[in-house]
Design a protein around this ligand. Structure first.
Ligand code: FAD
Ligand code: NAP
Length: 312
């Protein structure tokens, strides 16, 4: 096998606006991106940062902070919440003036009282109308971004739910750079109605021979063994597409979405003998035994320099 191609991450300007010094910007778009009868409400929300220090400064994979108005039950101002940019660095408008994010309403029952529980910030943001102003901070995050010369690499982008946001932006950037390397979106969601930005990805899949869009619809599809399909299973079920790419020395893996989803990916990569994407904190791949629990995996393994994980 060839040596891994070295890469570096671009410099980023962090926290141009902070919690103590946020910037107020208008929302210029707020539209639902789940379809039909989805039980989930996920919205694509766009901010106009024209004339602020954020113009042209938010990279795909970085997050912006939102300061919801009001106070918590202790009477303190609500904490800031982070949302990933779903836009390329040049924004939705091509000039870095309009940046979007993908927000899911957190709607649940209170674990203790059984009363309706509405997440503070996701519901505030989802209900914001076009023209309303929102206090934002950022950008934050300097590692979960595309490398310098991003078109020199192949990518496996694994996303669950709103974890697709950064990969929409990264894909737009790679397409704008006319990459001829391989770009693969591997997306997991509960229902077909939750295939976020599917029109965009399906069109690329049809038109670009170097782009693949693979979906794992966990509650509607069933694997041969009767289990729910998750994103990591694509490495097995679509091995003829993905394994040749994984073997190339210029391939990078990015993972975004549900906390802990990386464990299934590590386990599957191990099963395939693809150890260049992981590092063992102690020992090596030879120490792995069939009785390793997910907790054991979480403690024993971390991503290598060829894998980027942002799961919360
Ligand atoms: C780097 C980063 C990027 C992110 N990007 C995105 C993104 O692009 N899109 C997105 O939608 N989200 C994203 N998130 C998550 C986001 O920041 C918020 O955490 C999420 O929107 C929930 O915030 P909220 O204010 O609505 O909920 P909160 O009011 O903060 O409620 C959530 C809290 O309430 C508790 N809770 C949850 N359910 C219940 C219940 N039923 N009963 C009692 N307590 C409960 C939880 O312990 C949790 O602490 C990201 C997070 C990080 C760290
Ligand atoms: N930058 C970031 O860090 C960032 C950005 C955006 C979002 N997020 C986080 O991403 C999460 C997205 O949640 P969501 O509610 O939008 O997702 P969702 O729509 O519920 O989709 C999650 C999908 O993943 C499946 N799944 C469950 N456990 C899994 C596992 N162990 N491995 C692989 N797949 C698994 C689910 O299947 P079943 O439910 O059917 O079992 C479902 O199909 C949120 O927690 C959000 O905070 C983080």
């Amino acid at each position: 096998m060839q040596d891994t191609i070295l890469f570096s991450l671009p410099e980023t300007e962090l926290n141009i606006y902070s919690k103590k010094n946020p910037v107020e910007v208008p929302v210029i778009e707020n539209k639902i991106v789940t379809t039909g009868r989805s039980p989930n409400f996920i919205r694509h929300i766009t901010f106009d940062v024209t004339g602020t220090g954020l113009e042209g400064k938010v990279r795909a994979g970085q997050s912006i902070g939102i300061l919801p108005p009001g106070v918590d039950i202790k009477g303190k101002p609500h904490q800031l919440r982070l949302y990933s940019s779903a836009s390329p660095v040049f924004g939705e408008d091509g000039e870095g003036k309009h940046y979007s994010t993908t927000v899911k309403r957190l709607i649940d029952e209170n674990w203790e009282t059984g009363e309706l529980f509405l997440g503070v910030c996701s519901n505030y943001l989802s209900s914001v109308r076009t023209g309303n102003k929102v206090n934002i901070t950022g950008p934050s995050g300097k590692r979960f971004i595309l490398p310098e010369h991003p078109e020199a690499f192949n990518y496996l982008f694994f996303a669950t739910g709103t974890g697709i946001a950064p990969f929409r932006g990264m894909t737009k950037e790679l397409m704008a750079r006319k990459t001829t390397n391989s770009v693969n979106i591997i997306f997991g969601c509960p229902y077909r109605t939750d295939l976020l930005y599917a029109d965009y990805f399906q069109k690329l899949d049809r038109e670009m021979s170097n782009f693949n869009y693979l979906v794992s619809v966990s509650r509607e599809q069933i694997r041969r063994d009767g289990s729910r399909p998750y994103v990591q299973h694509q490495l097995i079920d679509n091995r003829e597409i993905l394994q040749p790419i994984l073997h190339q020395p210029n391939t990078l893996i990015y993972v975004c979405g549900l906390k802990g989803m990386e464990t299934g990916i590590f386990k599957t990569l191990h099963r395939l003998g693809m150890h260049e994407y992981m590092n063992f904190r102690k020992g090596s791949a030879e120490d792995v035994t069939a009785d390793w629990t997910d907790d054991h995996w979480k403690k024993a393994v971390k991503p290598s320099e060829r894998m980027f994980v942002e799961t919360y």
